[in-house]
Ligand binder design. Structure first.
Ligand SMILES: [Cu+2]
Length: 216
């Protein structure tokens, strides 16, 4: 019996193996095709996504040209007032952050919004404003040095505000004691004196010299 059945069993086994191998191969082939199709599908979708996102970026640039999110003199003033308040509160770190706001506003300034006369004043002061703002931004732990630059920065910002006006009323203040009694000016949004040159040491030193009324 064994003489007959053993070869038959082996034959069956081999056939089964072949079938299995065939099935296995065809499954493999099917899988590979699926993966390939999936991949090529992915490629085409990612390409579509790419083109789509390209489209949206170009649309975004076109759109942003319309309402213009660009720097304004009022942003410079707002950064300046933050800086002034930080110095009045003896906070060099906040002062540095505010100075960085000023630099950013100058960097993206929309000069086309300025009249020719304003543009002339602006081009006289913009490099100075940016330089002082950068020094103040880089000296968060040296408030005395920040105040030296704030004195010079204030002169430029006052010139600019006198040419362009401000969206809120400002007061031009003067402290006669700063810089070995040479004195120094600053702009404030409040009538109350809060000295940015001396901070808490001499908070009330100074007086209002001029009121710059809000325009518009
Ligand atoms: Cu410096």
């Amino acid at each position: 019996m064994s003489r007959y059945y053993i070869p038959a069993a082996i034959h069956l086994l081999i056939t089964l193996k072949r079938i299995k191998m065939k099935t296995f191969l065809s499954i493999l082939l099917l899988a590979a095709t699926t993966v390939f199709t999936a991949c090529s599908n992915n490629n085409s979708t990612s390409k579509e996504v790419e083109t789509k996102s390209n489209d949206t970026t170009s649309q975004a640039t076109v759109n942003s040209n319309e309402p213009k999110k660009m720097g304004t003199v009022n942003e410079v003033i707002s950064g300046y007032l933050d800086l002034k308040n930080a110095l009045a509160n003896d906070n060099g770190k906040k002062g540095a952050n505010a100075a960085n706001e000023i630099s950013a506003a100058i960097e993206k300034m929309d000069e086309s919004a300025l009249t020719p006369e304003q543009k002339k004043v602006y081009s006289d002061v913009k490099d100075d404003i940016k330089e002082h703002a950068e020094h103040i931004g880089a000296n968060s732990s040296n408030i005395a040095h920040q105040r030296e630059h704030f004195d010079l920065l204030s002169k430029d910002v006052i010139d600019l505000v006198k040419a362009t006006g401000s969206s809120k009323t400002l007061y031009m203040d003067f402290c006669p004691m700063y810089n070995n009694k040479k004195g120094a000016s600053w702009l404030s949004e409040t009538k109350e004196i809060k000295n940015p040159y001396f901070g808490s040491k001499m908070a009330g030193c100074g007086q209002v010299k001029e009121e710059i009324k809000a325009k518009g």
